[in-house]
Design a protein around this ligand. Structure first.
Ligand code: TUI
Length: 321
């Protein structure tokens, strides 16, 4: 079954479950535009998640999902809320959903983990998940080391469940490329940061719009949790401390609360503006609907054009003989 049929959506696009950002206004808009909106529950209490689910239901009657950031300690409480509210699609990140699979399956929940490697993709398939998001290191936030270009076809070859491509996709060309590599859909985060419905401080959006292809970097490798964000004075300080082998305590003190500082206070210098390498293509703010429809119109155009291209000159041998 196609991923769109399985999930009851029109366009095969997931909106990444970005912590503190992917809340009701964005999720509801994506669902109404025909994509899969995903509430980012990272940093939420159970009550806050319930509130966001109810607000989303007030905006849309279309399916939507909740992302569980598995480094969080309150996952069992968040799952209780997901069950009580009847949410039927869960994506996971930053860990394994193994301890919760039985609960998910007993309750008919579709489980789609985000993975950064072939090894983890295979492990997830063996758990009985329904599909996989293969996320390359171009993505924003918590990332692995392999690029989307290399990761996606390797994951597609390694598993027999549907694969969604993520990391570095912001327009129709990226969608077409992901399909060429064997994906059945795409997950997009950064491009949604430059939408009207994205509920971040205007300074956060501006930083994304102004960024180019070299504006992001990865911090936190020394802590075993690499995170991609737009360079600023806090990130420069973090990298300097890491190069001096600073302690975990010192590094965590610097980054504590920095995502909220960027998202809500608009502090573009001391806050953490998590975004992917494709931010250089996110140059104007549009509505979510405009974004999704133009992305898929362009993807169809690109794929049609590619169908007309001659790559191998089959007459060449004849001409030469
Ligand atoms: O999770 C993400 N991206 C995120 S989470 C996040 S919240 C955060 N806030 C502050 C500091 C750090 C994080 C921001 N961005 N993407 C999905 C993703 N999952 N990327 C990598 C993974 C992953 C990593 C290891 C998935 C599974 C895994 O291991 C599973 C296993 O079985 O070992």
């Amino acid at each position: 079954m196609s991923i769109t049929k399985l999930l009851g959506i029109k366009y095969p696009i997931f909106q990444g479950g970005m912590a503190q950002i992917a809340t009701a206004p964005l999720v509801g808009a994506v669902a109404n535009a025909g994509g899969l909106g995903i509430i980012g529950s990272g940093g939420f209490t159970a009550d806050r998640l319930r509130e966001e689910i109810q607000k989303t239901k007030a905006i849309t009657d279309k399916p939507f999902a909740v992302n569980l950031m598995l480094m969080m300690k309150n996952i069992p409480e968040l799952i209780e809320v997901i069950l009580e509210e009847g949410v039927k699609i869960v994506t996971t990140g930053a860990g394994t959903p193994a301890p919760y699979m039985e609960t998910f399956k007993e309750n008919g929940i579709i489980v789609i983990p985000v993975v950064p490697s072939v090894k983890i993709a295979k492990k997830m398939e063996a758990l009985g998940v329904d599909a996989i998001v293969a996320e390359g290191t171009e993505a924003g936030g918590h990332v692995g080391e392999t690029t989307t270009m290399a990761l996606l076809p390797q994951v597609v070859s390694a598993v027999s469940i549907p694969v969604i491509g993520a990391g570095g996709i912001a327009d129709g060309r990226g969608v077409a490329a992901a399909f060429a590599l064997g994906a059945q859909g795409v997950q997009v985060g950064t491009r949604f940061l430059a939408t009207i419905e994205c509920p971040t401080h205007p300074n956060f959006k501006q930083a994304v719009i102004e960024a180019d292809d070299t504006s992001t970097t990865v911090t936190g490798r020394s802590l075993g949790g690499p995170v991609r964000s737009i360079k600023n004075s806090m990130i420069a300080e973090f990298l300097k401390l890491e190069s001096q082998n600073a302690s975990r305590d010192e590094l965590e003190k610097l980054s504590m609360g920095s995502l909220r500082k960027a998202v809500f206070e608009g502090d573009a210098e001391r806050g953490s503006i998590m975004a992917g390498q494709i931010c250089g293509l996110c140059n104007e703010i549009t509505t979510v609907e405009e974004m999704i429809t133009s992305m898929f119109n362009e993807a169809e155009e690109v794929l049609n054009q590619l169908g007309k291209i001659t790559i191998v000159d089959r007459e060449r041998e004849l001409v030469l003989v």
